[in-house]
Design a protein around this ligand. Structure first.
Ligand SMILES: [Zn+2]
Length: 150
C-alpha cells in the first residue's frame, strides 16, 4: 500500500488557522470537505463549526447538525466530508490519547490537528487511523496553490 497525501490549498489552510485563532484560548474545530484523487485527497472547502463541548478548554465537539448538512451538500457536488480539524491551544499538532480513541470509531476520517502557543500557530499536521496498529499515522500534507473555497 502506498502512502496517500492530503492536498491542502493555501486558502483552505488559512481558513483553518483563522478560525482556530478566533477560538483561542479554547479549542476550535470544523469540517474538511473534498474529494478523493488518484493518490490521496484534495481539500475543496473548509466549514468552521462551533465547539459544542462543555469543556472547550480541553476538548471539542463538532455541531452534529452542521455535519449532516455539510455531508448532504458535499454529496450533491460529488464530494465528501474527508475529515475535520481542531486545535490544541497549548499543545502540539499531535493527536492526544482521547483523539486516538475517538478516531478508532470513524477510522476513515482524516484528522487535522493544529498546535498553538500563545495564540500563534506552531504546526499543522494531518493524521489518520491505521487499523492494523490502532495508532494514528501521519498523512503527508501537500500545500497547493489556488482553488479552495468557492
Ligand atoms: Zn485533540
Amino acid at each position: 500500500m502506498t502512502d496517500r497525501s492530503l492536498s491542502l490549498p493555501i486558502e483552505s489552510g488559512g481558513r483553518i488557522i483563522a478560525h482556530l485563532q478566533d477560538c483561542f484560548p479554547e479549542e476550535g474545530c470544523g469540517l474538511i470537505v473534498g474529494r478523493e484523487t488518484g493518490d490521496g485527497w484534495l481539500v475543496t472547502r473548509i466549514v468552521p463549526s462551533p465547539n459544542m463541548a462543555e469543556a472547550r478548554d480541553r476538548t471539542f465537539e463538532i455541531d452534529p447538525g452542521l455535519r449532516l448538512r455539510t455531508q448532504r451538500g458535499a454529496r450533491e457536488r460529488g464530494e465528501m466530508v474527508l475529515g475535520h480539524f481542531h486545535s490544541h491551544p497549548f499543545g502540539d499538532p499531535v493527536p492526544s490519547e482521547t483523539d486516538t480513541r475517538r478516531a478508532a470509531d470513524e477510522p476513515e476520517l482524516i484528522w487535522v490537528v493544529v498546535g498553538m502557543r500563545w495564540g500563534g500557530t506552531q504546526g499543522l499536521a494531518a493524521w489518520r487511523m491505521d487499523a492494523g496498529s490502532g495508532t494514528m499515522k501521519r498523512v503527508t500534507l501537500d500545500v497547493v496553490e489556488g482553488a479552495g473555497q468557492s
